[in-house]
Design a protein around this ligand. Structure first.
Ligand code: ACO
Length: 403
């Protein structure tokens, strides 16, 4: 049942729901999740059909506009994205202001936020055409930002986008090409990466998307709002989990040690959790995890890595956890982050870039949600309430009289 708080509000009631476990913050027509059945739809299309029959450009268009594009619309969208892939020349200075050792997510948050300094004047968030340009710019530029954050880390020259390449190939090119050697795109890996982008493109009102909406609800600069979403995504309970999964698999090191880690995950005195397991909404298999597992087989086969020891540990960990009473009782299943790290690592992508790739893919969802929010004439600034637990009124004591 849905209780409409707008009706209660007029009577002075409000809900207290830490973690928003039972509170909807908005209406949205973008993404539908049925956590009990393990269903995920973008604009009514099952994720499985989009993952296997569509591509990330088409899905981005779908998320923003609500309909799949015609061939003509898709061409125009891709042309616009290609047109915007370059960063302003001065943005290079923003990268150079960071320490070389900075985490790529820290650099991405900073650089994306800095875009607000380049694209602010004359920007009208309430003009749909302006919003469309913002969406295109962000989808186009974030792969460049992510790849350059990595190149900066590595002390390598920045690689400019190659607009004849597909979206996923272009990202791989900017990551892996060097002035000495161009990267040769591999169609199987590019397709797998594009599919991972689709799976991560949106997931309704999660922490980072809600952050983007809340920041944007005040009419703030959208580039700064997307940077705030990235900051939220970075946490290990959210998009940072893919990095944490790989670290955990490295730590487990051998299938014989899995039972010990399962035991730790169940021990309430130990803060350790099985990373890549559990989800606030899914109380059944995360449908994205099943697709990613299948994609993992395809990528490892392509690279001749089917015997990858970490993949074996992951499969065995999943098998044991799914048969364990604790995980069954708490409905803890592998989530989208469980297998993605193994794919990224096999592709040669460094662990520190895993969350950055998630952020890249989620940009389409963030801009679609921001656009949807501002398109609603009834939209209001987000302003949660609180239950005050501090002291009652106290008398101020001047500094020289305090004991
Ligand atoms: N390992 C062991 N126990 C777990 C795990 C886990 N991965 N996840 C949840 N639990 C247990 C909790 O200890 C809690 O037990 P209790 O009832 O005895 O207190 C119970 O299951 C419910 O967990 P909550 O943390 O209350 O569930 P919530 O919905 O708040 O959290 C979350 C969901 C954050 C995803 C959680 O399952 C978790 O920490 N997972 C590991 C991190 C992870 O994989 N994050 C990625 C999420 S997907 C994404 O963001 C793309």
């Amino acid at each position: 049942p849905v209780i409409d708080i707008r009706a209660l509000g007029s009577h002075g009631y409000f809900t207290h729901d830490p973690g928003f476990t039972a509170t909807s913050s908005c209406t949205s027509a973008i993404t539908y999740i049925d956590g009990d059945e393990g269903l995920l739809y973008y604009r009514g299309y099952p994720i499985e059909e989009l993952a296997y029959q569509s591509d990330y450009m088409e899905v981005s268009y779908l998320l923003i506009h609500g309909e799949l594009p015609t061939a003509e619309q898709k061409r125009a969208f891709e042309t616009s994205i290609r047109h915007h892939t370059l960063l302003h020349d001065q943005m290079e200075n923003v990268f150079r202001g960071f320490r070389r050792s900075a985490h790529p997510m820290a650099v991405m948050i900073g650089v994306t936020g800095a875009m607000s300094a380049f694209y602010h004047k004359g920007l009208d968030n309430f003009d749909p055409q302006h919003r469309e340009i913002v969406a295109h710019r962000l989808i186009a530029k974030i792969p460049t930002v992510a790849a350059w954050a990595y190149k900066f880390n590595e002390g390598q020259p920045f690689v400019y986008p190659q607009n004849r390449l597909s979206y996923a190939e272009n990202f791989m090119h900017m990551m892996f090409s060097s002035p000495c050697e161009p990267y040769e795109p591999n169609p199987v890996l590019a397709r797998a990466l594009d599919r991972i982008f689709i799976l991560h493109a949106d997931h309704e009102q999660n922490a980072s998307t809600s952050t983007v909406r809340l920041a944007g609800s005040s009419g703030a600069n959208p580039y700064a709002c997307i940077a705030s979403g990235m900051a939220s995504l970075w946490g290990p309970l959210h998009g940072g989990a893919n990095e944490a999964v790989l670290k955990m698999l490295e730590e487990i090191d051998d299938v014989s040690k899995i039972p010990g880690f399962i035991k730790r995950a169940k021990d309430k005195s130990d803060p350790f959790r099985l990373m890549g397991f559990g989800h606030r909404i899914y109380k059944n298999m995360d449908p994205r995890a099943a697709i990613i597992r299948q994609t993992c087989y395809e990528v490892l086969d392509e690279l001749g890595l089917r015997d990858d020891p970490q993949f074996k540990i992951a499969l065995e960990l999943e098998r044991i956890a799914l048969e364990d009473d604790y995980f069954i009782a708490k409905k803890l299943y592998p989530n989208v982050d469980f297998y993605s790290g193994i794919i990224f690592r096999a592709m040669g992508l460094p662990t520190s870039m895993f969350t950055a790739i998630f952020a890249l893919a989620r940009t389409a969802g963030w801009v679609a949600q921001w656009h949807e929010m501002l398109s609603d004439p009834a939209h209001k600034i987000g302003r949660p309430r609180q239950l005050y637990t501090g002291s009652a009124r106290r008398e101020f004591v001047p500094l020289d009289q305090r004991g």
